[in-house]
Design a protein around this ligand. Sequence first.
Ligand code: ADP
Ligand code: ZN
Ligand code: ZN
Length: 720
Amino acid sequence: MPEIAQVEPLTTARSLRGPFDYRLPDSLRGVEVGSLLVVPFGRRRVLGVVTGLAETTDVPPERLVAPLEARELGVPAELVRLAQWMALEYCSTPARALSLVLPPGTAAGMRERRALVAELTPDGRAVADETAPVGTTLGSRQLAALAALRDGPLPAADVPGGHGTLRRLEARGLVTLGSRVRARRPEHSSVGAAAVDAPALTPAQRAALAPVSAAIAAGHPERFLLHGVTASGKTEVYLGATAAALERGRGAIVLVPEIALTPQIVGRFEARFGPTVAVLHSGLGEGERHDEWLRLRRGEARVCVGPRSAIFAPVTDLGLVVVDEEHEASYKHEGDPRYDARRVAERRAADAGAVLVCGSATPRPESVRALTRLRLAERVDGRPLPPVELLDMREVRGALHPRAHAALEEVRRAGGKAIVLLNRRGWSNFLSCRSCGRVWECPDCDVALVLHRAEGAMACHHCGHRERAPRACDSCGSTSVARHGTGTERLEAELAAAFAGFPVFRLDADAAAGRGAAGRVLAAFDRAPAGVLVGTQMVAKGHDFPAVTLGLVLDADATLRFPDFRAEERTFALVTQLAGRAGRGPAGGTVLVQTLTPESAALVRAARHDSDGFVAEELERREALGYPPFADLIRIVCASAQPGAAGRAAAAVRARLDVPAASVLGPAPLFRLRGRERAQVVVKARDRAAAVRAVGAAVEAVAADRAHRAAAFSVDVDPQ
Ligand code: ADP
Ligand code: ZN
Ligand code: ZN
């Protein structure tokens, strides 16, 4: 029996060199790779993950200590390996990578299936329903907590205001609190859920599914790209592949970009497979996530549907990994480690011997090059893709082209539905003083503040800074303030004014703030007999609203203007995806795209539904410029509040970088963010692993140099 456990302490320190050895007493001989132990660490007690077991150690016996206790739940060994790989792949630390694969709630010390649950008393219900007067005044937090409990008991952690508020309500006899054992199966809004039975597949769907099922049956870890136009029935192929995996006694992970925006796909998996489907996402309370995780860990659930973090779901005997809408940028994680769930999915599938299926109507050039392509060239039922017309806005004043106005008016008169996309939230993009020209900027970032009129506030969309909307200019006192540009908030108001009697629904990060809000907007639009859905790129996700006959894109150039090599790809995808929302029903549809550059290749290709032509041209361009997939990008950002320090640190990193066969760009200044100057260095690498190592070494050396104490460093492999 091994006597030594190698433990990686879960601390955020970058400089720590784990794992560390601990002596296992007889009582802990059952620990395995992935077990969670509380260990003495210096003078602290910390939680650690067992990454290995050994018979011997170099640590002298007098210094070898024992763990304090073991947690009842651990992590599967394969996820420990995955995390270790991720730490190297993304230039992070094992502890940070491991923290991503822990059971939900572990850090907070949650125990299995015991949660403090709050419930309204009859008095509490009367107050919450406003059928009884409140004796003495209740605070706004207390009222919010009561309102949250109206639909039934909730884990205390999920009630706004937290424990303190609940204890005060308990003292007043409005709420009871008890430790309860209760299943916390999450509820989902199942907008437009499909029927339970699988429809007969179309010949094209059958042809696409066959090689996937064959690979699953044979246990070959093949990798497929399901390149299918919008509404071609890709989801039905994922469902078929999942059924094939389950038949073989194997599990599946299905990644979707954002649960809140795609409740339909969750609904379809649950309708088809019932309780063997677990859902993991951040919109659930910690208790619910914990329970779903446990159901998977125990094998009670075999299929996990969720956003990028679901790639770490403890699905046992994994046979299939699906990445739906694989072009979506939300698969990239912005915290450390900055992992890309698509790449992690490839790795996890390969390790498990599972089949990978990535699907999209607008696949990334990277995937087209690397994966075996399967096609769904037509929509289900052979309905045509909607014609896309580009509208030249160079001569037009106002937000809407006359053609767009007429088309919306027609939909209104017919009592139909339309979707309007404007990728900019708020009322106006920026404000300026008509008399002295001052522009209102964020005090902490070098960007203009955006007016949010309903709140009477100006907001920074980069750091979240908010201030009151100005009545007068601070510099000259003038009260004449100009509002420039149009965001979704203003567009909503303008459409409501211009098209009387046509209900307007708005979906953007502001309208969808708060749990379930996005789903409610989508459900309301779905239920309404007629109306227009206005919003940011959120409206172009995989929604299936058959009554939508018109899609309209305003300012299609906004994404093209981004200084990013993926600008064309993003623009092409956005227009194509919005077109995908239109004409899904028997009435057909049209798409109008307002632009200042109607000659741009990305828009012309999108208007022709020419995804192959676009990808071919894009691959050529990227090869010529040395961009992915022909090279890997690694981005190092140095930031500091001290003037000049970020630039000096970036220069020092650049000087220390010794990367074989790579070109290095920079240091280049970035705009100031959150009060810190920033500078970046970008490496275009041919040998990814060597470059990641070289970057890690250079950053570590500069970070350890006292001369660069004032700077913070972040490394992003495959930046988006
Ligand atoms: P995609 O994921 O490619 O956008 P979906 O899978 O959502 O497409 O399919 C579009 C619509 O067609 C959905 O309403 C779906 O229920 C329906 N559908 C898909 N496959 C079939 C089929 N074989 N028979 C009948 N209806 C289908
Ligand atoms: Zn002024
Ligand atoms: Zn800011």
